[in-house]
Design a protein around this ligand. Structure first.
Ligand code: ATP
Ligand code: MG
Length: 734
């Protein structure tokens, strides 16, 4: 590669491959080493590249924030991200944390060739990539035989789901392959389109927005073969089944069925090929989305369902339910002379009995009861509509859970031998709308919990570890959001417990009583404000029935009107009689309802599931992908400084950078370090007789570590930069 070639590469429009070389050059100039074969030519003209790389660095920024001294201010951080974004370099590291900016266009960086490039190569040797992270996690798991998770966070549309799919695809390609393993691999991959069809929808922010949180464990055997998986889902946004804001859609599957379902199937289900006919599909007035092809997605889902082991019977029953929900949405009510709801001759009732709800419709009397009254008191028309929607949401929500369980059965690893796992957490980001409902409250609470986990596993534990190990350390200040988590979840005092109390008093509890109770218990809390509690200036921005939470990521105003409604009909009797539909039978077992036992409220269930998730995560080693949305318009090439700055702030990137920069990238217990590297030193090989710490001391002396490159703690060695370790790894090859 001549100087001219290098310059050409920098200027050339088709720069994708070349930019890697240039980046390699920039690595060279900041003292990194280049060992990958692709860089041989770069090495051979070191001078030329160094010169070119300086301009290249100006242009493309640096690939790891930890490396350069100047990059500690938020503005400098932003500059670097922006520079890279405009060069289509969407990935940047903060140590081992990967920051990803959504390019909103296809980049040619996810080919099989790219995967091969990243497989088995040390993390910092190549330009940042999601594959590098995936590979690093995978190899750490294999060498240390422990469990890991990758937390992918960011706001809606930032690229979380795409990132998790890229990681899964990387494992699918890189793992050892046999017929049996390929089978598991295909199921893991194809569980995605199924869950996306039922759990994703077009929103204003994202044409394929995940409306549920997803945690997926991929289980590996000793050789790194993917042998199984397990999925946990969190808080599906069921309200979408019955209501969509303007410009938004219901879950994809409804449109896929109507647009893509075979004629015969639609006839059997009593559906017509016209979304406009179904009330639940047209509330957002955008049944068609240009970026979504419902017809072809229908075919993909059909194929995926069969690979993921759904029998014909399952599929038939599943779509019976989907169709029934659509029919249910079209059920209309009249009023009797007293103003109570009555079901006129709704043709939908016939189709309801044919589809899922033959459970209810076998016994039309009971369905009528469920919709016209709660069996005891007659409903007004408004109440009946509410009951109808509640029924539709319950049916869809439980069917979704059934679907996840079914996929889990298909992914289950039958072999009981010990395995290690990599968990992928793709969960909704912090959300603030003009009016925030109960669902946003839960989503934002979930984000507080995850931030708390991040603080505990990374910021806090890192600093505590230095202290424990006796390593000199300048503490880095950070905001601990525990106070906000407590505000929401503390026993007997938090918002959830007040809400639970109110749910114990159906008929008596109102928005107002709930608000008053909260004001009583939380008055004076720095993160809780209501109209009554606010100072004069803030009061102007609050309605009487609202409360405002000051989250770590920003303010969120919750409107109580939408909030308590979620619970008004919690006691709706879902009538269950023997059904031909196996899914309904499973979802509404005949033991329900047990009127003596109070069902857990949705929010308490959610709280418990988050506690469960936290436990799962706490037992694993964390890795992070922080996704950033560059603009609100889903446009390529536009980088909105204000929007990105806000995300940098609440994703905790600056804090993470400060902790990383001040600290040590790598640490291992002396025993493990010695075990791994003792063959490199004649004094320690094959058997070291002294203590592990002395062994490590001898080893690193032999390897020539410089004093500023490492520190010896009480039980561990701390290495400042990964390059020191790479050099040690490479010593094996010499
Ligand atoms: P939500 O919280 O709403 O589910 P999300 O963070 O999961 O949002 P994605 O669905 O992953 O967001 O991404 C939104 C869209 O952005 C994708 O449909 C795709 O068009 C684009 N996108 C995201 N990541 C990439 C990428 N790496 N390359 C190209 N396009 C991308
Ligand atoms: Mg998503």
């Amino acid at each position: 590669m001549s100087t001219e070639d290098v310059n050409k590469a920098v200027n050339c429009s088709d720069w994708k491959e070349q930019i890697w070389d240039i980046q390699g050059g920039s690595e060279l100039s900041c003292g990194e080493r280049i060992s990958h074969v692709g860089y041989d030519s770069v090495c051979s003209c070191f001078q030329a590249v160094t010169r070119a790389s300086l301009t290249a660095r100006d242009r493309v920024g640096i690939q790891d924030f930890v490396l350069l001294d100047a990059y500690t201010s938020e503005s400098a951080f932003l500059d670097n991200l922006r520079k890279r974004f405009h060069e289509n370099l969407i990935y940047t590291y903060i140590g081992t944390l990967l920051v990803s900016v959504n390019p909103y266009k296809e980049l040619d960086i996810y080919s099989k060739k790219q995967m091969d490039t990243y497989m088995g190569v040390n993390f910092f040797e190549l330009p940042p990539h999601i594959y590098a992270l995936a590979d690093n996690v995978f190899r750490t798991m294999l060498t240390e035989f422990n469990n890991h998770f990758i937390l992918i966070s960011g706001e809606s549309g930032a690229g979380k789901t795409e990132a998790s799919k890229k990681i899964l695809q990387f494992y699918a390609v890189s793992c050892p392959s046999t017929k049996l393993l390929n089978n598991v691999r295909d199921r893991l991959l194809l569980s995605n389109p199924v869950l996306e069809a039922f759990g994703n929808a077009k929103t204003l922010k994202n044409d394929n927005s995940s409306r549920f949180g997803k945690y997926m464990d991929i289980q590996f055997d000793h050789q790194g073969g993917a042998v199984g998986g397990h999925i946990l889902s969190y808080l599906l946004e069921k309200s979408r089944v019955v209501h969509q804001n303007h410009g938004e859609r219901n879950f994809h599957i409804f449109y896929q069925l109507v647009e893509g379902g075979e004629d015969e199937l639609l006839r059997w289900l009593g559906l017509q090929r016209n979304c406009q006919l179904y009330s639940y599909l047209v509330q957002g007035d955008c049944a068609k989305v240009s970026s979504v092809n419902d017809k072809s997605d229908w075919r993909t889902v059909q194929k995926a369902l069969s690979v993921v082991d759904f029998s014909e019977n399952d599929i038939e029953h599943l779509f019976g339910i989907i169709a029934s929900v659509l029919h249910l949405g079209n059920v209309k009510f009249g009023a009797d002379p007293r103003g109570y709801a009555i079901l006129n001759n709704n043709p939908e009732m016939h189709w309801l009995s044919k589809g899922c709800t033959d459970t209810l419709a076998n016994n039309q009397y009971k369905l009528r009861s469920a919709l016209e009254s709660d069996l005891f008191t007659p409903f007004t028309v408004d109440h009946a509509v509410y009951a109808r929607d509640a029924l539709a949401k319950a049916i869809y929500g439980r069917t979704f859970n059934w679907l996840v369980n079914k996929i889990n059965e298909s992914l289950a690893n039958k072999d009981s031998s010990r395995k290690t796992v990599i968990g992928l957490l793709d969960i909704y980001g912090f959300e603030v709308f003009h009016v925030n409902s109960f669902e946003q409250f839960c989503i934002n609470y979930c984000n507080e919990k995850l931030q708390q986990l991040f603080i505990q596993l990374t910021l806090k534990s890192e600093q505590e570890e230095y202290e424990m190990e006796g390593i000199e350390w300048e503490p880095v200040p950070y905001f601990n959001n525990k106070i906000i988590c407590d505000l929401v979840e503390e026993k007997h005092r938090g918002i959830i417990s007040v809400l639970d109390e109110e749910c114990l008093r159906p008929g008596e509890a109102t928005d107002l009583t709930f608000l008053e109770k909260m004001e009583e218990k939380m008055g004076g809390h720095p993160h809780f404000v209501t109209h009554k509690l606010a100072d004069q200036k803030t009061r102007k921005t609050l309605e009487r029935g609202d409360f405002r939470l000051l989250h770590y990521a920003g303010e969120s105003l919750t409107c109580l009107h939408t909030f308590l409604h979620t619970f008004v009909y919690i006691c709706l009797v879902i009538v269950s009689v023997p059904s031909k539909n196996s899914i309904i039978k499973h979802c509404f077992p005949s033991t329900e309802p047990d009127s003596k036992k109070r069902p857990e409220t949705v929010v308490t269930q959610f709280k418990s599931s988050l506690v469960g998730l936290t436990e799962i995560l706490m037992s694993k080693e964390p890795w992070y992908v922080r996704c950033i949305k560059p603009n609100e318009g889903k446009q390529p090439g536009r980088f909105d400084d204000v929007l990105v700055r806000h995300q940098v702030k609440y994703l905790g990137l600056m804090e993470h950078l400060r902790v990383r920069r001040a600290g040590f990238a790598y640490r291992r217990r002396y025993e493990i370090f010695l075990q791994r590297y003792k063959p490199l030193c004649p004094d320690t090989w094959p058997n070291w007789k002294g203590t592990a710490a002395e062994g490590v001391q001898r080893l690193i002396k032999h390897l020539g570590y410089k004093p500023n490159e490492y520190k010896m703690g009480r039980t561990k060695i701390f290495i400042r930069h990964p390059r020191t370790l790479f050099a040690t790894e490479d010593a094996f090859e010499v």
